[in-house]
Design a protein around this ligand. Structure first.
Ligand SMILES: O=C(O)c1ccccc1N[C@@H]1O[C@H](COP(=O)(O)O)[C@@H](O)[C@H]1O
Length: 219
């Protein structure tokens, strides 16, 4: 199975093009106004057209209501929703039914106790994204460039594809994959020069490094 590489928080035509040309499997667009990577619906529409089926379009939302998801559907027509808030299992089911798109649920991880939610989500989600739990006073629940203890996933048994994120970069992604056996990696801060500003060279280097470690992936 080949490793999925997702570049998240793309907000310009140039950096999106770099990610597509470098072979990203998934490109993520953040629809969350407090984020430095937030894109308007109009920008989402324009970038979505540019993707032109070369990668899966991921719409990242945080506890978004139906009206917001409706607008994102109209503008971006995402291939998958990344739900990065406190969405319940029932809300996941509701979103899948109403919008007819697969969902990837972000699960914040700081301790082993955080994995207790997995059976519930695994029954409904199409994919799980393990991300570092944000500090209580953080302005956003992700995209902070902080890793979690990957060893918490060492003995994970999950009958669902999963990805890992949180503070990944070219230097640590091989170790993250070795420990977690994740089927995909997701990065935002690690390919930026400053929060919200993607660096084309870092995007290319990250995707190259991910492809080089591809054989470690099992899920
Ligand atoms: O990127 C954001 O600003 C963001 C906002 C709200 C929720 C999630 C967000 N980003 C996601 O967080 C992880 C980890 O990112 P990083 O590599 O540590 O910066 C990743 O899935 C981003 O898509």
């Amino acid at each position: 199975m080949s490793l999925l590489v997702k570049i998240c928080g793309l907000s310009t035509r140039e950096t999106l093009q770099t990610a597509l040309d470098a072979g990203a499997d998934m490109v993520g667009f953040v629809f969350f106004p407090p984020s430095p990577r937030h894109v308007s619906l109009e920008t989402g529409r324009e970038l979505g057209r540019q993707v032109n089926s070369r990668a899966l379009k991921v719409a990242l939302t945080v506890d978004a209501d139906d009206a917001t998801l409706d607008n994102i559907m109209d503008a971006l027509s995402p291939d998958i929703f990344q739900l990065h808030g406190h969405e319940s299992v029932a809300r996941l089911r509701d979103i899948k039914q109403k919008f007819g798109r697969p969902v990837m649920k972000a699960v914040p991880v700081a301790t082993a106790a955080d994995l207790a939610v997995l059976p519930g989500y695994a029954a409904v989600a199409d994919r799980i994204l393990f991300d570092a739990r944000a500090p209580k006073d953080a302005t956003r629940p992700g995209g902070l460039g902080a890793p979690f203890d990957w060893h918490l996933l060492e003995n994970l048994e999950l009958d669902l594809p999963y990805m890992v994120s949180g503070g990944l970069h070219t230097q640590n992604l091989a170790e993250a994959l070795r420990v977690t056996r994740a089927g995909g990696v997701d990065v935002s801060s690690g390919v930026e020069s400053t929060p919200g500003v993607k660096d084309p060279e870092l995007i290319k280097a990250f995707i190259r490094a991910a492809r080089a470690t591809q054989e470690l992936s099992v899920r």
